[in-house]
Design a binder for this molecule. Structure first.
Ligand code: PMP
Length: 464
């Protein structure tokens, strides 16, 4: 059921006071809170209710964490069961029945040898800590130091994870081209663009004078999320698997955002059939609570006891909530559902793109969808695409919020409007999301001048 929003005439003081105190007391580095000045007090499924009484359809989902939406009954039940059992809530990395059940459920979903013979390391409870662990693991196992990562990547905010991300400035990580169809530097896009990107990677590794030595590992996202919702073609992923395997370079796949059904397969690597050497997992595996792990081939398990320690590696509530989430997605085929519904939503977004020339591209996989907004007045750049329009994207995000829809922005210039709804949404809810988005886009287009400031961005076929 789609809950309709209620708009009170004046926001209650509690709401405004909390927001005011937040802006006075919290760090300048705060993020989502800036564009989304809401004070969530209740939430269920797709819907969040603010302290001001307004209701929002939440397509941010905790940055892709909430596979089952907010407060799903199976998640609440799992948490209550642990609480009522008297089990300890803090256990460092000791064995517990809750952890045992989580690990069993997780392994049942994993691809190939990882399911049969994988090893798991519980990390500090953030995706970025699991990325650090993965780097440490492959460095120890290979005795090599360097890393290979991809343009546009996002792997987290700790120093090594950040160094492997696209925003890094001073780093020894070798940067490889990620197949970005819409902004293909080879101006071909499609399979050919991806193949040329793969050949570039191969030649860097095989040319003895490329200036690049064999790295300890290669890390990639099967769909770049923060980078702007860019799905890698399955063939390209298979090529990366071949290239890395042939040169004995451990392939680390970061499924922090793509995992647990989000892209239309349980793990995004399942689309291509590749089996990584290391899988980095977080977000949805904790069923809305903090949890992060790496799972890797046992041959890599050469690090010493304590090589990756941390106080908070035993969050029992997160393991229980996570196990319940994994089981629910698996038994209800929510990965398949995400694939089908995502494809239908993408079709509707394509129709929206046909009506708005400020939409450069719509893309995605499963329920990880993106709309790249561009300056329709500008000429195409070296990639053949028009420049991004972050100002319009910000206006669309605000117009969505006014219409009771929470969306995230991503992409190189924050010009990609991102949709990450829970996998549990109904067809009706999907329509409501897209109706509000279309309405918000039309409103933002009318009121936002183009980035050059010279002429307003318009709807295709309409006058300004
Ligand atoms: N990897 C990917 C692919 C991510 O999307 C993120 C977070 N958006 C991270 C790593 C880092 O996770 P965390 O914010 O929990 O550290």
């Amino acid at each position: 059921m789609v809950l309709t929003e209620t708009v009170p005439t004046a926001a209650p003081p509690a709401h405004e006071g909390i927001l005011r105190r937040q802006s006075l007391r919290e760090s300048a580095a705060r993020t989502y809170a800036r564009a989304l000045p809401i004070v969530p007090v209740r939430a269920r499924g797709l819907t969040i209710e603010g302290a001001d009484g307004r209701r929002y359809l939440d397509c941010l989902s905790g940055a892709g964490t909430l596979a089952l939406g907010h407060n799903h009954p199976v998640v609440l039940e799992a948490i209550r069961t642990v609480l009522d059992s008297g089990a300890p809530l803090h256990v460092l990395d000791l064995a517990t029945p809750v952890k045992d059940a989580f690990t069993t459920e997780l392994f049942a979903t994993l691809p190939g040898e990882l399911a049969e013979k994988g090893r798991i390391q519980f990390c500090g409870p953030a995706g970025t800590d699991a990325v650090e662990a993965a780097f440490k693991l492959v460095r120890t196992a290979t005795g090599r130091d360097g890393l290979m990562a991809f343009s546009g990547a996002y792997h987290g905010m700790t120093s090594q994870a950040l160094a492997a991300s696209g925003g890094a400035q001073h780093t020894s990580v070798v940067r490889l081209p990620y197949p970005y169809d819409y902004r293909c530097p080879f101006q071909t896009g499609g399979e050919r663009g991806a193949e040329l990107a793969a050949r570039w990677t191969q030649s860097l590794l095989d040319d003895p004078k490329s200036g690049v030595s064999r790295p300890a590992g290669m890390i990639l996202e099967p769909v770049q999320g923060e980078g702007g919702v860019i799905p890698a073609p399955d063939d390209w992923l298979r090529r990366m698997r071949e290239i890395s395997a042939a040169r004995r370079i451990p392939l680390i796949v970061d499924e922090v955002q793509t995992g647990v059904g989000r892209t239309g397969a349980f793990w995004a690597v399942d689309h291509s059939g590749i089996v990584p050497d290391v899988l980095v997992l977080s977000k949805a595996i904790g069923g809305s609570l903090p949890l992060a792990v790496i799972v890797y081939r046992e041959e890599l398990d050469a690090w010493q006891p304590g090589a990756h320690a941390g106080t908070f590696r035993g969050n029992q509530l997160a393991m229980a909530a996570g196990a319940a989430t994994l089981a629910y997605v698996r038994t209800n085929g929510l990965d398949r559902r995400a694939g089908e519904l995502g494809a239908r939503m993408l079709d509707r977004l394509a129709s929206l793109a046909a009506a708005h020339d400020c939409i450069g591209d719509v893309r995605g996989r499963g329920l990880m969808l993106g709309i790249e907004l561009v300056d329709r007045t500008a000429d195409a750049d070296a990639t053949g695409a028009r420049p991004a329009d972050p100002q319009l994207a910000a206006a669309v995000q605000q117009a969505c919020l006014e219409r009771g829809l929470i969306v995230e922005l991503g992409g190189r210039q924050s010009a990609v409007v991102r949709l990450l709804p829970p996998l549990t949404i109904t067809d009706e809810q999907a329509d409501a999301i897209l109706d509000r988005l279309a309405d918000a886009l039309t409103a933002a287009v009318r009121t936002t001048p183009g980035p050059t400031g010279s002429s307003p961005t318009t709807m295709r076929g309409t006058s300004p």
